[in-house]
Design a protein around this ligand. Structure first.
Ligand code: PMP
Length: 353
């Protein structure tokens, strides 16, 4: 820490991203919930077409991406905001839309806590129940902005839309942020509720279901006034927040619905395969509607040992050693060969114990 750091940041504990190792031959990377499939061929073509214009600034309004998202969801352009990954949208939310604090579950996306600390937002941490479910009633007296991931991470458990509506109706003057990073893998999006609920802000990403984690594109869908608030912050911080290649990629990815459908249905199929296999081997696997499974509580191997042993076998998954998460590992759903290999290695690990 230098002598120049603002005192208010001295205690800030930053987010720890999953490892991004390069050049390890044969590594099966199942630790950051990326899509195992490459971007759509239409995306690659669109990006290639755009490279020669990189001498120009990108479109600050991200119009082509905004229009493609608006068309996909049947909303107006004024209801859509595009950002540099959904992390950037989330940062604007914590920075500018959490004046009365932010409430989120104890087990959820770890960045919420970091953003709250970064921007000096008061936190209310609401424990999940014993089965790792969000209990909507626990939020009824909370006045702060509520931020939930649906499906939640790292559990994968998804709330039905009726529960989201119950949360929204608890207090129509309280903002509810629904982070739908994983919604395309089996949940129902709350985007269809934005006309009815002016207190709803849905956040999504191209990183998971649209194979563009490295493109860093996220977006929000909400009432036009909330979108204008996000733009107010963006234009006060980084007007060219999304680069030209990523805007082109986002537009093409949204338009290639056939590719999107194939990739996401394959991931769902592979998730059901690995969840079943791990259960057969004695793991508790929570009911996931995301592109990962949260698996653990195996009598033969602790989650910490399982994580280490997978790693020695060149399979990288994610382990969160704090609290109740410590009994589980989070395994991203990959291609079928990767899932089969994971299953084989897991059988060997359990046999070794
Ligand atoms: N929300 C959740 C729940 C996530 O798991 C992630 C990815 N780690 C993000 C948001 C951020 O994704 P990105 O910035 O790549 O859009």
């Amino acid at each position: 820490m230098s002598a120049f750091l603002d005192k208010k940041l001295e205690k800030l504990v930053p987010y720890t991203p999953g490892e991004q190792p390069h050049g390890i031959e044969g590594l099966i990377k199942l630790n950051t919930n990326e899509n195992p499939f490459p971007p759509s061929p239409m995306v690659i073509e669109a990006v290639n077409r755009t490279v020669s214009s990189l001498n120009l600034y990108s479109d600050p309004a991200c119009v082509r991406a905004v229009e493609a998202i608006a068309a996909f969801y049947g909303v107006r352009k004024e209801n859509v905001f595009v950002s540099n990954g959904s992390d950037e949208t989330l940062s604007f939310i914590f920075h500018g839309l959490c004046e009365n604090g932010a409430a989120f579950p104890d087990i959820t996306y770890g960045f919420y806590k970091v953003f709250a600390d970064m921007f000096g937002v008061r936190k209310t941490v609401v424990p999940l129940d014993d089965d790792f479910n969000i209990q909507i009633d626990d939020y009824k007296d909370i006045k702060s902005t509520v931020v939930i991931a649906n499906p939640n991470a790292p559990t994968g458990i998804c709330l039905p839309l009726s529960e989201i509506e119950r949360l929204l109706n608890q207090d129509l003057n309280r903002l509810v942020v629904v982070d739908e990073a994983y919604i395309d893998f089996g949940g129902e999006s709350a985007v269809k509720l934005i006309d009815e609920y002016k207190n709803l802000l849905v956040v999504q990403t191209f990183s998971k279901s649209r194979s563009l984690a490295g493109g860093r594109i996220g977006f929000a869908v909400a009432d036009a006034e909330i979108i204008a608030d996000l733009n107010r912050m963006k234009y006060a911080f980084n007007p060219y927040n999304v680069n030209a290649l990523s805007i082109a990629a986002a537009e093409a990815a949204m338009k290639d619905t056939a590719y999107f459908e194939t990739c996401r249905s394959t991931v769902i199929k592979n998730r059901e395969y690995i969840a079943k296999k791990l259960r057969e081997l004695g793991f508790t696997v929570l009911d996931s509607k995301a592109n990962f499974v949260f698996a653990g509580r195996n009598k033969k191997v602790s989650a910490a040992d399982y994580f280490e042993k997978l790693r020695r076998n060149n399979i990288l998954v994610r382990y969160f050693p704090e609290g109740r998460s410590a009994d589980f590992v989070r395994i991203s759903v990959g291609a079928m060969e990767q899932m089969e290999k994971l299953y084989e290695v897991t059988k060997t690990i359990l046999g070794e114990m």
